[in-house]
Ligand binder design. Structure first.
Ligand code: ZN
Length: 222
């Protein structure tokens, strides 16, 4: 790898609220920013369209990488035919958990960045008010960063997690303070793929709660 892009970052970018906030955070921090979206066979293709629209609005390079093995795993509601569980079930992860997803996505984004000499990765994982996904925790990110540094022989590789300890309301305020709240009018969050958002799935609930607590109107539903 070269160091021509030492001040550049790759944002793992789904087109949802969190990764859109990460994109704005990265644009304010790095000289050059690129967005990488993974097409993993998600049921709702609208997510990919949202990602493309927001990247265009941000004026950043945008790549969509195919990764179609997750739909073959079955057993979860985001790539399979199962309905999204509306309430948590004690003692196990919700069926919106796609095992291995963040690990593989970040590895793909790191590989894409490696080819371009980009050592910084930005991801919207958050352990604050999420569903307890184990691949969103800081210790998982620390371990993955160590693995990627070794496996890519790229010691400066850094995984940035600007949302890790923020509440949803904090995330809304962060994007507002970065002056990019308008990008959320193009975003997509609903687990049911509904436009306008369904308003009752866990993702819609979490998003609405965050905006309400921040005292900010959601540009997607306003
Ligand atoms: Zn919804």
């Amino acid at each position: 790898m070269t160091d021509v892009a030492a001040d550049a970052a790759v944002v793992l970018f789904s087109g949802g609220q969190d990764s859109t906030t990460c994109l704005a955070w990265a644009c304010a921090r790095f000289r050059r920013v690129a967005a990488v979206t993974i097409d993993y066979g998600q049921r709702h293709r609208i997510e990919l369209e949202a990602a493309t629209r927001i990247a265009r609005a941000a004026g950043v390079e945008h790549a969509t990488l195919p990764c179609d093995s997750f739909s073959a795993l079955g057993g979860n509601s985001l790539t399979g035919g199962e309905a999204v569980e509306e309430t948590a079930v004690a003692g196990r992860l919700p069926n919106t958990f796609v095992p291995g997803r963040n690990l593989i996505f970040l590895t793909l984004a790191a590989a894409w960045g490696w080819q371009r000499g980009i050592p910084h990765l930005v991801t919207g994982v958050c352990q604050t008010d999420y569903s307890g996904y184990p691949d969103c925790r800081q210790e998982t990110m620390d371990a993955l960063q160590a693995a990627l540094r070794a496996g890519l022989d790229q010691p400066p590789l850094t995984i940035h997690t600007p949302l890790m300890h923020l509440t949803k309301a904090d995330t809304v305020r962060l994007l507002r303070d970065l002056g990019r709240l308008d990008w959320l009018a193009l975003s997509h969050t609903c687990y049911n793929g509904a436009v306008p958002p369904c308003g009752h799935c866990p993702a819609c609930h979490l998003r609405a709660k965050g905006f309400a607590e921040a005292g900010v109107a959601d540009p997607l539903t306003a």
